[in-house]
Design a protein. Structure first.
Length: 85
């Protein structure tokens, strides 16, 4: 039970990079933007999604449709802070 509690704590405890709270989900990121009165996480997400389009990583064929010869792939966004000089 102690190990399960520790594991649960690991998934729910706040995480910080360079003193900045890292969101756990899209909703948490939008909540942080609203709390701080900016749109930095939102802009970051849009930048990453634009890279998908720019590099033609995925092809949207509609919900529930998988063309022959293709595989369905799930993805998730990893939130982090980069220390760029």
């Amino acid at each position: 039970m102690a190990n399960q509690a520790k594991l649960q704590s690991l998934h729910t405890a706040p995480t910080y990079n360079f003193g900045i709270l890292i969101p756990r989900s899209h909703k948490h990121a939008m909540d942080l933007d609203q709390l701080h009165g900016n749109n930095l996480w939102s802009k970051s997400e849009l930048t990453e999604l634009d890279y998908f389009d720019e590099y033609k990583t995925f092809k949207d064929v509609g919900k529930g449709t998988t063309p022959k010869g293709y595989k369905k792939k799930w993805y998730h966004i990893v939130y982090a802070v980069k220390n760029d000089p």
